[in-house]
Design a protein around this ligand. Structure first.
Ligand code: CIZ
Ligand code: SF4
Length: 302
């Protein structure tokens, strides 16, 4: 029997929902029930009546799904699919930073482990970070923002306030260089350049728009422009092309692929459903505190 047929049969039998992040391989996106960003997917999953969530993404995303749906079984097809940026700060390192800045409030990017979220006041995504900073804090609050120094820098310029930041970064987005934008603009004259806020300031400064992945979908759908140069993980081009058949898309850099996002294959999705592995669990105490951090963010999400 074909791989996809087997996946479909098991998905039904086990009452499972398959989620795929915007950066997943095209064939994985194509069999998913939902494709989107990490938070959007976790919210979708919490609203379904499925018993099992197969999260095709990286570990912190599956953990987020588990925290928002503790009663469901959450599986990740490859346990080693981690996020190097999320792993750049540990809970112990964050506790030390907090001790050095007594009284500071802590904001974390969703790209953090559950253990780190458990240490934070409020979470944010690249799509809602600006709004969270404006609404969740007082004017004179000192804010620690972890772990992405470039997202922190970008939001700092938007809101006009400084953060105590951590020097984390995404190894995939730093592969996107300013000279790539210059070259692609020459090649595709008139195309709009849209990049992700995980890119360094030298890159965001050259873009027409700086948007999260879901922000890119919304913007492009509404835009009258017909050609776009996209500065984020290249997996996003699949869904962009599929949902915008009349428009043209080019990556700023073909080198911006995340090896961890590409660890999930159809074979591993099938195996995951067959063996019910690997199950993602979060210890109860961490779960309670990380859940409070995520829910505080969601109070601001309309
Ligand atoms: O939260 C996500 O899914 C990530 C990592 C990026 C984005 O902009 O959607
Ligand atoms: Fe982490 Fe970057 Fe890969 Fe996203 S693209 S999972 S931030 S390493």
């Amino acid at each position: 029997m074909e791989l996809v047929e087997k996946i479909n049969r098991l998905r039904k039998e086990k009452n499972a929902v398959i989620l795929a992040h915007n950066y997943q391989l095209p064939e994985v996106q194509d069999i998913a029930d939902y494709v989107g960003d990490s938070l959007g997917l976790s919210i979708q999953a919490s609203k379904t009546t499925a018993d099992v969530i197969v999260f095709c993404g990286v570990y912190f995303m599956a953990e987020t799904a588990k925290i928002l749906s503790p009663e469901k079984i959450v599986l990740i097809p490859d346990r080693k699919a981690g996020c190097p940026m999320a792993d750049m700060i540990t809970a112990a390192e964050l506790r030390k930073l907090k001790a050095e800045h007594q009284g500071a409030k802590v904001l974390c990017y969703v790209n953090t482990t559950a253990e780190v979220k458990a240490e934070c006041d409020v979470c944010c995504t690249s799509g809602n970070a600006e709004r969270i900073v404006r609404e969740a804090f007082q004017k004179d609050d000192k804010i620690i923002f972890v772990p992405d120094q470039y997202l922190a820098h970008y939001i700092s310029t938007k809101v006009g306030r400084d953060f105590i930041f951590w020097k984390g970064y995404c190894p995939t987005h730093v592969k996107i260089l300013p000279e790539d934008i210059v070259r692609k603009r020459e090649l595709y004259q008139g195309a709009e350049v849209i990049v992700h806020p995980e890119c360094p300031p030298s890159v965001t400064a050259l873009a027409d728009q700086v948007l999260s992945t879901e922000g890119m979908f919304n913007y492009i759908k509404a835009s009258p422009a017909g050609e776009f140069i996209i500065g984020t993980e290249t997996g996003i081009l699949h869904r962009l092309k599929k949902e915008n058949p009349g428009k043209l898309f080019h990556p700023v850099s073909e080198r911006a692929t995340c090896p961890n996002m590409k660890l999930t294959t159809l074979e591993k999705v099938l195996w995951s459903l067959e063996e019910m592995g690997f199950e993602v669990t979060v210890p109860q105490d961490i779960m309670n505190r990380a859940s409070a951090c995520l829910k505080r963010m969601m109070d601001y999400k309309q």
